[in-house]
Design a protein around this ligand. Structure first.
Ligand SMILES: [Zn+2]
Length: 198
């Protein structure tokens, strides 16, 4: 199905949602404005002890920058999602979702700050999933540069307005998805994220 034929839902700025994505269904995540990152985490819908694994995905793809043709694996080495379309081409799978504690450590600031981790935790809470079950997210549209010496830096997202990524579910999934709350990651301006299930 063409992207333009899909019915898109909206994730508000600095918020998150959860939804079921059944085997064979596709999820398209799109850039409503530009350079807004969206964090994705998922569980096996029928067994929440099986969840997305960055380490296994990087290992089995021999690649840290995943795009069309790559698969996202679980902690049990099963394929959860396949990336079947990607007009942006650059995402991150190294970073954990931004969290209140992260903001307090990085910014040395004890004030409250919204975060992807909190938004994912809230979205998963109705399913009895605890915040500690949320691990490294697939960070859609996030541009992390890795230098030859291993130093990492968050650069401006390469995502332009209207860019999209489509994933196909290879098992029944519970998905959490955010519009990221981290200033640096999103060039100090936040926007909405669109998503469609078909
Ligand atoms: Zn975030």
């Amino acid at each position: 199905m063409q992207k333009t034929q899909k019915q898109f839902n909206t994730i508000l700025k600095q918020r998150g949602v959860s939804f079921q994505l059944l085997r064979g269904q596709t999820l398209t995540v799109t850039e409503v404005e530009a350079a807004q990152v969206s964090d994705l985490f998922c569980f096996n819908l029928h067994d929440f002890s099986e969840s997305l694994s960055s380490g296994r995905s990087i290992d089995y793809n021999d690649q840290i920058f995943l795009t069309s043709g790559h698969s996202l694996y679980s902690n049990r080495s099963e394929v959860m999602l396949k990336i079947i379309e990607d007009t942006c081409g650059r995402h991150d799978f190294l970073m954990t979702p931004c969290s209140l504690k992260m903001f307090q450590i990085v910014a040395n600031n004890s004030e409250y700050h919204p975060s992807c981790h909190e938004n994912l935790a809230k979205s998963f809470a109705a399913y009895g999933i605890s915040p500690d079950q949320i691990s490294t997210t697939f960070n859609i549209f996030m541009n992390v540069q890795v230098a030859p010496d291993g130093a990492i830096r968050i650069n401006a997202s390469k995502a332009k307005k209207g860019d999209w990524v489509t994933f196909k579910a290879e098992m029944d999934l519970l998905i959490g998805l955010t519009a990221c709350s981290h200033e640096e990651t999103n060039q100090f301006k936040f926007s909405e994220i669109g998503y469609a299930i078909s």
